[in-house]
Design a protein around this ligand. Sequence first.
Ligand SMILES: [Mn+2]
Length: 305
Amino acid sequence: MADVLGFTARNPDAVMNYLHYHRADKTQYELECLRRANQIAVKGHLAAKNAFYNGASEFEIQQCYLLEIGQGENDVPYGNIVALNQNSAILHYTALEHTKPEQRLSFLIDAGANFHGYAADITRTYAFEKNRFYQLIVALNKVQLAIIEQMKPGVKYVDLHIATHEHIGQILVDFELATGTVEQLVVQGITSAFFPHGLGHMLGLQVHDMGGYAHDERGTHIAAPDAHPFLRCTRVLAANQVLTVEPGIYIIDSLLEQLSPSAKQMINWKTVDELRPFGGIRIEDNVIVHQNQVENMTREFGLVD
Ligand SMILES: [Mn+2]
């Protein structure tokens, strides 16, 4: 059609850059859709948590989740990650095992919901028993809430990501996963080996919404820092932006093995061995930045820990 009408350019960059930049500034209608998507997903998460403690397999947990939210696999905004035990250390784990594991240790679920095309994107991790891994979840949960508390207009999202690395460095020391100063653990790439992905991303019609790197409406790109190539948002926060905040800590052997010999000496392999069967932790909420406060949609609908 465009050809018939004689258009020579489709989706010109100037137009797309403008739209992508302004897409971050959600209208009241969009904010309400994102709240509803969260409300739906939270119901599913509570059902999934229950299924985990009642002995369900990954496949069964997924069915419980979908049934509870009334959305099928083709309706939800992304393929849910439903992982028991060590599977939770696989960042984009998509298999859904039908077999129940012999021993139930941990459960990570990254699952969303859709409302009028808008996405929720929520992650929780649970420990089957109140053990060291459970304490690690509690510690990371505190970090996540502390980071969210710092979100306000004018704050750079990159700075929050870097602050998260410092918090995680402290956790590694506190839980005897590593020795050294927090600064050393960050500089040597040790926090990155345990937390290899970005703090989060913009959220909207797309799960990873457009415009995360846009500095202005002309499309000036702010790249992620060299040391943090997987960060999906480098913007300065402003009112009516919606973002995820999703710190994680995982035992991923391939990443630990890539560390330098001096960094490896700072790792406490005994604790790594102890925690490996539990996989990993991610805690992800969806928040709205307002002028004078931050609204945590996920927690306000009752997914409190
Ligand atoms: Mn996410």
